[in-house]
Ligand binder design. Structure first.
Ligand code: ATP
Length: 225
């Protein structure tokens, strides 16, 4: 669907640990990309997500897997600024940074319903509504809180219609259904460690690497790659 952007670039920003990236992330990203008519969607691997244990796989390897997995879609890109910054990855810092770099873009921060439920506890949560629009994607097993509660700016624009997120503005909240895929990175790490197959849960282009790198594997001998 083409979107009226008033000449501004529409950029989706999808943050997370991506430890590792899986098809739940990728299919959701593509659904958002098409529903909003984005010009670009950047995956932003966190150095360390606040409130979560540190990622198991090193940042450069998570970035490499993301690049491999997303390279087929024109418009998908990987932005490694949180890895370069190091430490805890605070979304407000990332958004301020991107806003300085691209002042005339419309920014859409993408997050799952599970992540959204904790938004009130994010660093500088009250400021986040000034920095981007917020796209909350559905995820099996996690209900969207209704009404949405958290920082005060959530009361401004809540919609299920992508057209109501005005280009060049910020603080709108869009609830967007995406292809329901009950897949998690923790399940994939656990499957690898237990010697179970991960076919059809991750893109084929990175499946063998996830097994070969010995990052998660307790016993890779049981996996014919
Ligand atoms: P873990 O199992 O290690 O907690 P995860 O699978 O939730 O990882 P993250 O990298 O933490 O993956 O998620 C990044 C973002 O993607 C979050 O906003 C999360 O809500 C969203 N997300 C992850 N998996 C899915 C999925 N299957 N469907 C929709 N959104 C998802």
């Amino acid at each position: 669907m083409a979107r009226q952007t008033g000449g501004m670039r529409a950029i989706g920003l999808f943050g997370g640990s991506f430890d590792p990236v899986h098809i739940g992330h990728l299919r959701a990203a593509l659904d958002v990309f098409e529903s909003l008519g984005l010009d670009e969607l950047r995956f932003i691997p966190a150095s360390r997500s606040p409130g979560k244990p540190p990622p198991v796989a090193p940042g450069p390897i998570r970035k490499h897997w993301l690049e491999q997995a997303s390279s087929d879609v024109a418009g998908f890109a990987v932005d490694d600024r949180e890895l370069r910054r190091g430490g805890e990855s605070f979304t407000n810092e990332t958004l301020i940074d991107i806003r300085h770099e691209i002042p005339h873009a419309s920014l859409y921060w993408i997050l799952g319903a599970d992540a959204f439920a904790g938004l009130g506890n994010w660093h500088e949560a009250e400021t986040l509504g000034h920095l981007a629009h917020w796209v909350v994607i559905t995820r099996p097993g996690f209900d969207l809180p209704s009404p949405l509660s958290g920082p005060s700016w959530l009361a401004r624009t809540q919609t299920a219609n992508p057209r109501e997120l005005r280009p060049g503005e910020t603080g709108g909240v869009l609830a967007l259904p995406v292809t329901p895929l009950a897949i998690s990175a923790s399940e994939i790490r656990s499957r690898i460690a237990r010697g179970l197959r991960i076919d059809y849960l991750v893109p084929e282009s990175i499946r063998a690497e996830l097994l070969d790198r010995h990052v998660y594997a307790a016993n890779t001998k049981t996996h014919p790659a």
